[in-house]
Design a protein around this ligand. Sequence first.
Ligand code: FCA
Length: 338
Amino acid sequence: MSAHRLSVGFTLRALGCAAALFAASALSSLAGAEEVKIGFLVKQAEEPWFQTEWAFAEKAGKDKGFTVIKIAVPDGEKTLAAIDTLAANGAKGFVICPPDTSLGPAIMAKARLNGLKVLAVDDRFVDAHGQPMEDVPYVGLAAFKIGQKQGLAMVEEAKRRGWDLSATYAVINTFDELDTGKKRTDGSVDSLKAAGLPADHILFTAQKTLDVPGSMDATNSALVKLPGTATHLLIGGMNDSAVLGGVRATESAGFKAANVIGVGINGTDAIGELKKADSGFFGSMLLSPDTSGYETARQMFEWVTTGKEPAKYTALDNVTLITRANFQQELTRIGLWK
Ligand code: FCA
């Protein structure tokens, strides 16, 4: 009798424990589902390109139910501190466009220490020997190919305007520290040469900083080297800022908009410029910020929740030339027209 009571009591207690355990685990998995956090770290938060990536990452977060912690990381110190902040806030991984690709090994060491997964976007990490860190998943541009399309867009517009190549010169703002930058300008120049622009009509000028003032300075120092016969100009560079500053320099040097063809890359940073009735900034190769922002965030979410690692290398090659003629329509298509 007493043994029976004992066993009933034991069974009830065991059932109670099991129920409590079940409730606790259901609660924690519920909380877990609500609480997935990922970081999205960008080198130049002031650039519309990166603001657009952030906006698309947040859209993915809304759609799939995760939180995006956005942090601007303009230098190495802020980058490493941001990784600690993410870990302290319970993030499980992050997408990053680093301020300096050679920070790759330091970023990976810090992330490993904190148990965070890493997906690089736009700018690929390089190791201590300057080699790409191919084991870190990366989503970036098919940069040479996109550069070729930018160069082609410039020469096609020059032909359409009936420019004489003997009076046409190109100023290419370069940022060779960044592999995706060098490949873009190399690709662009490849198209200019293929179209018959003589090599000595192409002036390369290095940007000290990757922004509008940096490209304006770079172009200014090239313009003074042009011969007097240079009446028509093509302005190239790795992104919209690299070309916008260049075009501003041609304006201060007295070149009329009709004699300048600048074509940028990104599209996102050229919207205000294209809204102006006319300028030497002819157009931009609109990339896919929806992919670079939405897809990278979604892939990181999937990685931390299901263990599915993103591809080691995704090369984005989808571009559309936007000019004053079609930019509203193209930006509307990807939800960027305001
Ligand atoms: C680099 C540039 C950005 C953008 C991106 C795709 O990070 O700095 O402006 O072009 O690649």
